[in-house]
Ligand binder design. Sequence first.
Ligand code: CS2
Length: 487
Amino acid sequence: MAVTYRLGRSALTSLPAESLPAVTPGLVRPGIVHLGLGAFHRAHQAEFTEAAVAASGGDWGIVGVAPRSRAVLGALREQDMLYSVLTVGDGDDRARAIGILAGLGHAAGDPHGVLTAIADPGIRIVSLTVTEKAYRMDPAGRLLLDDALRAQLTGAAPATSIPALLARGILARQAAGAGPLTVLCCDNMQGNGARVRGLVEQALDVAGAALPSGIGFPSTMVDRIVPATSEDHRRRAALALGAQDAVPVVAEAFTQWAIEDDFPGGRPDWAAAGAILTDDVAPWETLKLRALNGVHSAAAYLGALAGREMIADALDMPGMITLLRRLIAEDIAPTVRPPAGVTVVEYGETSLTRFANRELGHRTLQVAMDGSQKLPYRLLGTIQDRRDAGAGPGWAALVLAAWMRFARGYADSGATLPLDDPLATRIRAALADAPDTPEGTVDALLALDEVFPPALAGDDVLRARLIHWTAEFARHGVEATVRGLGS
Ligand code: CS2
């Protein structure tokens, strides 16, 4: 069947009932400005928010702001701000249009427009999915201030970066008397609410101001695997939807959101959409970062080094499941106090089942990117906690050694691996100056103080295990090393 309609309001009458948005597009007034209009937000918070408004009402439409790229904005405009979520992996493809977007913005092109949107009294939440690096903080939570950022914070230059948009947005609200606000960080960082609060306080300080009262910074744990959309996904979304969509997002069926309930300006009824509202989100965050994201990164680095393109292919490597199960049970589980009713090992098994979803087409290189920003939250905490408890770094050291080998820029076959990382220049320079030996690689990278806290950088036991695994990889390759562990 040829699909000729383009998704948009006028196409809705031709969509199957199960593909229709849960709210009437255009009728929900804006209450949220969301920074980061990538696939993850559109398949996660946007879907939860739409379901919450459908269940319980409220003016919680989302003004979606793309920080840099305009690519998605044009297509969304042409589609009356509608897009679809294609759910794959459980037999049938399902696609549903989402109609909760109530406005669009572009931070790089129209920063003033974004500040005006944030200062609107109708807006009570500014949420973010901008990835770890966009916060421009070191592992200790210090703002990485340079001249360009200082100019943005003091108003000498337009506010296009995340710290500046938040700080100047808050000041613009204060000037407008716009009322209480919640800044809701939805990026994969431990204690993400407190971290962003610290960032905003430092940024306001540079701007010569203090944090006004009435602003909440709840922490949240967000979870749904949402890889980059491929041409094949686009085609399948059109078939399942019955309309062409230039910007569908693809996701697994699993979705989870745990939110600390601290919203001075109110919030959508996300609990009605299945979210967990709690006063203690830390157990959820630690569990997810270590027993999902940390394990994901393990599969990504080992898989990429062994020439596997997709995460599902990495899981198929002989020995891989055994290794990941040991990592979860022996190293991660002892460091995590899971939420009531959850066990780390069962949760970890669910992670492995989710990673095996081949329909997602999740590339190892996509998960491998930005390792210098991700590993502190997903892996180094596990190592630190094990060392503090007097235990060895365990299998987590093997995973860290895989990142170190990956950082050298080529797979075991000799094929080039792109180092897509904000610290790529620093990492390359450190390695170029070091001898090409296991000791040389490990010492050069452990010395990166943007990544490794002093306690780990100076840990001889960790260093010895990293050298051991780096030497094993050099001698046998990752494929054989992992296979050997599974027997
Ligand atoms: C992944 C995450 O790309 C990555 O680093 O580990 O994006 C992961 O898919 C999500 O956090 C799942 O919630």
